[in-house]
Write a protein that binds this ligand. Structure first.
Ligand code: G1P
Length: 270
């Protein structure tokens, strides 16, 4: 049995930076050429050995459930027309050995609250959290998660992924005090100003947790932007346990903004 077999995908966010499009289309369904953003994160998780996917959705995200569901009519037509290549493309979105669960986040109360919604489905398992907004160039994506799982196997607390960003961008991310030699994290702050930031090491949307994280998330009060912040839950756990991170030196696109999204499309078109 692998150490981390479950992954949580928080996909309930409103996607306000992509309005008016996201009024009816979830931002996770935005196309990076022929695949939606969410599929890249799902493939990355499966390649790292995950076999249970949990989506934390909201009522405007039905397109995500439909996308991962079987489409009998389409498959039947492709089969009858002998279009085997297309048939395989729709059948292989999620392999049969992988199970999928959905849970709703009724109100947009923050990333920490979204992860907490998956508590019952996660049960006693260690789990990964993947934010589809952070798109990683495919050749580097599964090795990042695999390195994080390897790192997690030692202390079994938390493993984070960190990306060094320009000082002008620290206000967009959770920022960590990080010792590159020991790979340990000594503090975290959610979206600090350039003056407050302890470093330029930004939390990338990949996390590995033991189920203990739920205990800390349950104690949180609303933080930055009045939301329950995942970063605050990790900070609270840091008071009791050592936490580690893997520095990421590859190509990442922040598809939470239109400029990052455009850059990703250009990269994947090449
Ligand atoms: C979230 C986290 C933040 C992290 C970022 C990575 O922010 O709260 O700590 O650095 O994802 O993309 P969001 O992008 O949801 O505002």
């Amino acid at each position: 049995m692998g150490l981390v077999k479950t992954a949580v995908f928080p996909v309930a966010g409103l996607g306000t930076r992509f309005l008016p499009l996201t009024k009816s289309t979830p931002k996770e369904m935005l196309p990076i050429v022929t695949k939606p953003l969410i599929q890249y994160a799902v493939e990355e998780a499966i390649q790292a050995g995950i076999d249970h996917l949990i989506f934390v959705t909201s009522n405007s995200k039905k397109a995500i459930e439909e996308y991962f569901d079987k489409n009998y009519e389409l498959e039947d037509r492709l089969q009858k027309n002998g279009n085997i290549k297309a048939l395989q493309q729709v059948q292989n979105i999620i392999p049969r050995s992988v199970s999928v669960s959905y849970v709703r986040q009724e109100e947009p109360k923050g990333l920490g609250d979204a992860v907490l919604k998956a508590k019952r489905l996660v049960g006693n398992e260690n789990f990964a959290v993947l934010l589809a907004d952070d798109l990683i160039a495919s050749e580097e994506s599964s090795s990042l998660l695999s390195s994080m799982i390897r790192q997690f196997s030692e202390w079994r607390t938390v493993s984070l992924a960190l990306d060094e960003v320009p000082l002008s961008e620290v206000h967009k991310y959770g920022i960590a005090s990080f010792d590159e030699e020991s790979c340990s994290v000594s503090s975290l702050i959610e979206k600090p100003s350039a003056l407050e930031a302890p470093s330029r090491w930004a939390l990338l949307g990949r996390y590995i947790f033991s189920p203990e994280i739920f205990f800390y998330l349950e104690q949180l009060k609303p933080g930055r932007a009045g939301e329950i912040q995942l970063t605050d839950g990790i900070s609270l756990m840091l008071k009791d346990k050592p936490i580690f991170a893997v520095p990421f030196h590859g190509k990442r696109f922040d598809c939470g903004s239109a400029s990052g999204f455009k850059e990703a499309i250009r990269y994947f078109l090449d």
